[in-house]
Structures are given as C-alpha cells and as structure tokens.
Design a protein around this ligand. Structure first.
Ligand code: FE
Length: 255
C-alpha cells in the first residue's frame, strides 16, 4: 500500500523525537503492508516550520537509515501546509514542497475549528499554478461538519481531499466516522492516508480502514482509494468521481 500522509521524520515536528522512533515507525508501517510512504511534516502551522529544502534533506537521510537497517519501505518527500492568506509569498520563496517534489499535489491543512473565508481563493491560486491542493482530514474540521456543503464547493472548484484512516475506523469518535462516510458517499474523498505520528494511538491503521470501507461500501470503493494513491505515486492520472452536493435533511421535502 501507499501512504500519502504521515509524520515519520525525526526532529522536525510532532512526529518522532529520535531516529530510533522513526525507524520503529517505519518497521510498523512495513509490517502493516505499506511499501511507499510520504513524509509530510507540518509547515507554517504556528508551531512548526519545515520548508522544502529541510524536508528533502531529512528524507534523504531517513532513506539511508532505512537501507542500512534493511527496512523494506521507501520514504518520499511531502509537506502538510497550513493554509494562509499570503500563499503567493510561500510560492515565491520556493518553500512549498509538493508530493515527491513533482509540482502537482500539495497537502493542505485547514485550522481544525474553521474553514477560513479565503480557502476558495487559495485553492484557486494553487490551481492556477498547476498545483492541485489535497485538503487533509476535512472530516475532522468543525467548519466542514457545521456547513458540509463547503466541502462540495471546494471539490467542485478542483480541490481533492484525503480522509484519515483512523477517522474511518472510529478513532476520532462517532460524529467524525459518520461524516467520513457521508463524504465518501457524496464522492468528495479521493484518498485515504494514515497521518501517523507514532506507533501508538496515531499509528498506521490503513489496512483496517480499507477493510471497514469494503464492509460499508464494497470492494470497488477500496480499490478506488488504493489505486488513486498508487496512480499519484506513479505520476498517472487519478480517478475523480463526480462530486455530489451534501444537502441538509429537510424531511419529506428533501430533494
Ligand atoms: Fe498530518
């Protein structure tokens, strides 16, 4: 399997604090059936700044350790960028790091309590540069939970989304789990990833998430997500289902 989002690099953010913990994470991921994994440290989230050059260097070093320890996993560079109004400054500074540094997909994080009113503008600005933003864990965002159609509008505009594996299997509570299912049902999710931070409560439960998706939606839905991650990795066109608006339930007049 391919994991598009995790915090495995040591010393850079709220992931592992030691190289030893990083290698333990990699072993756990490999045991869980993950062979390619994107290291996506936080950038500009108010606590951590990790620009492109720092991450690229750290990924090189991490892969050297993995080879030395014969852990069968490849780490690819990425970044989890916190949305901010002056995204053009980050673009000009060349500090943003798209997945695998291919200039195509960027993990975009929103503050967990809201969808900023400039989100559509930022999505548009990135798309203009040929970068497709992947909004990470929208199912855990209070703003999207309260006004669910905002997510449809962003996907309609051209953004993609990634749900967290733990949300699907209930690690973040019932509300987040049921919103995750709703997002999938409305074709508003394109990828599943672990967002792993450690080998404990925030680990690599990708396989379990796919099993749950298969039980709830059928095997084709799991293939869709698994293949999309593989297609992204190999630089091929990913599948995008036609997004369906999320309407508020209006009782018998719901249409
Ligand atoms: Fe993350």
């Amino acid at each position: 399997m391919v994991d598009l989002h995790c915090h495995i690099l040591p010393f850079v953010d709220d992931g592992p604090k030691e190289i030893h913990d990083c290698l333990e994470m990699a072993k756990t991921a490999a045991d869980a059936g993950i062979i390619h994994l994107f290291a996506t440290p936080h950038h500009l989230n108010g606590q951590y700044n990790n620009s492109k050059s720092v991450i690229l260097e750290s990924v090189l070093e991490c892969n050297m350790h993995l080879q030395r320890e014969k852990i069968p996993i490849t780490v690819h560079p990425g970044q989890e960028l916190m949305i901010h109004r002056e995204i053009f400054i980050s673009l000009e500074n060349d500090e943003l790091l798209t997945l695998d540094d291919k200039g195509k997909f960027l993990l975009l994080e929103l503050p967990s309590w809201e969808v900023p009113n400039y989100t559509q503008d930022v999505v548009y600005e990135l798309l203009l540069k040929g970068i497709i933003p992947i909004i990470v864990h929208p199912e855990r965002n209070k703003g999207f939970i309260e006004d669910q159609n905002q997510l449809f509008e962003l996907v309609q505009e051209g953004a993609l989304t990634q749900l967290t594996a733990g949300s699907i299997i209930g690690h973040f509570g019932k509300k987040v789990k049921s919103f995750s299912e709703k997002i999938i049902k409305h074709n508003l999710a394109h990828f599943i990833a672990t967002d792993a931070h450690n080998i404990g409560s925030r680990g690599f439960c990708l396989h379990e998430a796919y099993e749950t998706i298969t039980k709830t939606f059928g095997i084709n839905q799991t293939f869709y997500f698994r293949e999309n991650a593989e297609l992204l990795l190999s630089g091929q066109q990913i599948f995008i289902e036609r997004p369906v608006p999320i309407r508020k339930f209006l009782g018998i007049f719901d249409f």
